[in-house]
Design a protein around this ligand. Structure first.
Ligand SMILES: Cc1ncc(COP(=O)(O)O)c(C=O)c1O
Length: 402
């Protein structure tokens, strides 16, 4: 059983400080749990059990897992068509659209709710651009808990419908996501709810990091050369980096892969800060990719640190390339993605064309969110033909020789 032996906090300046354990509730930055690392914590045997197979590297005591939904164990696809088309011989897509609500948020939700169930909590809260709240609403419903979620007024309507369908209490905040975040946190403190806010509850990072362990195992216990991840608030990337660091700490690899962060051209505070140095400036988001439309990322400092330490880079991609990536993922890999979900693949192509990736490298792009929630961005490539019950009409419609 893995044992948490301490925690680090990544402060706004990007410096890491050791904390006592248990860590104080307000540590002043992203809290990262530390374990007594060693080879015995690495998973053994066939890859079963979803994310719980990594429980030796999760802050869980003994006992059966109570959370009822299966999470993790998502496929690492080797897409032959996209490999041929892109020239990336060893491209892999980590298909995180396969969770219960079709996004990588389901991993963080599962661990937070497992804790809630173990501690007898009844209400959980978060702020969200859409996917986190959908994930928490559905997960809480399955676990028999009440979710209270705070979203911006302009939240995607299909995601909102799913939250309400699952029975969450939904508060639409006029001032937008950052205000929703503050309000959710204040409500958690005031009413004693479990705070699942991304980047501030260390469990969210712990749940999301399991994707790195899976990639390493699925590649035959080897690290890829580079991993490409979308960046909104940042915990997806930061958790990925933590997972890879921990594999190295446990002796499972020599070094971590390069990490490439992808932002939207219309919201790139971290890319700009990475290149200019200093603290990110607040951005006014202007992108269709709601999951990464975050003007003041919560985990900015740790993301900048993690990309820098991995020898990685940032790319920024215009919305048109997200739409093109959605189409290519559907037609070249059979994956249905939303704009933020397709961002890493779009960013992979941008990084390749900028010389940040080599065609012979093993590159993993995360596909973080399903397009089934965003039908408005699934732009048809062709049109359907209406025919009568006659083969002649089929021939006419398809242009087949008669
Ligand atoms: C589909 C999708 N991809 C990426 C992200 C960005 O994740 P993070 O906020 O952890 O950077 C989100 C966040 O909501 C998302 O919904």
């Amino acid at each position: 059983m893995g044992r948490v032996v301490g925690a680090n906090v990544c402060l706004g300046t990007g410096t890491t400080q050791r904390l006592g354990w248990p860590a104080p509730e307000e540590a002043g930055g992203q809290v990262e749990l530390l374990y007594d690392y060693g080879p015995s914590l690495l998973p053994q045997g066939p890859m079963t059990g979803g994310m719980w197979r990594y429980r030796d590297l999760l802050p869980l005591g003994e006992g059966e897992i109570l959370y009822p939904l299966p999470v993790g164990g998502t496929p690492l696809l080797a897409p032959p068509v996209l490999r041929r088309e892109t020239g990336l011989e060893y491209l892999f897509l980590k298909d995180e659209t396969r969770g219960p609500t079709g996004s990588n948020k389901d991993r963080a939700t599962a661990l937070v709710l497992e804790h809630a169930l173990r501690t007898g909590a009844s209400t959980v809260t978060c702020a969200s651009m859409g996917n986190v709240a959908t994930s928490l609403a559905v997960g809480a419903a399955a676990a028999g808990l009440q979710a209270v979620v705070f979203v911006p007024v302009g939240v995607n309507p299909a995601k909102l419908r799913l939250m309400l369908l699952a029975g969450a209490k939904v508060l639409k905040v006029r001032e937008g996501y950052e205000a929703a975040f503050r309000l959710s946190r204040a409500a958690a403190r005031e009413y004693g709810w479990i705070d699942r806010n991304t980047g501030v509850n260390p469990m969210t990072l712990e749940g999301k990091k399991t994707v790195a362990y899976e990639i390493w195992e699925q590649l035959g216990r080897r690290m890829p050369d580079a991993v490409v991840a979308p960046v909104g608030d940042g915990p997806t990337l930061s958790a990925l980096a933590k997972g890879f660091r921990e594999i190295v700490e446990c002796g499972g690899a020599q070094s971590v892969p390069r990490i490439i962060g992808v932002q939207a051209e219309g919201c790139q505070p971290l890319k700009l800060a990475f290149e200019r140095g200093g603290i990110p400036e607040h951005a006014e988001p202007d992108t269709i990719a709601d999951g990464i439309a975050v003007g003041a990322p919560v985990s900015a400092a740790s993301v900048l640190r993690d990309v820098r330490e991995s020898g990685g880079a940032f790319v920024a991609v215009p919305d048109a390339q997200f739409l093109a990536a959605i189409k290519r993922l559907a037609q070249g890999a059979g994956i249905l993605a939303e704009p933020a979900g397709a961002a890493a693949f779009a960013g992979t192509l941008a990084a390749l064309s900028q010389g940040l990736l080599e065609p012979t490298q093993t590159v993993v792009a995360l596909v973080t969110g399903s397009g089934l929630k965003t039908p408005e961005y699934l732009r048809p490539a062709g049109r359907a033909h209406t025919v009568s019950d006659q083969l002649a009409e089929v021939e006419g419609a398809l242009g087949l020789p008669t």
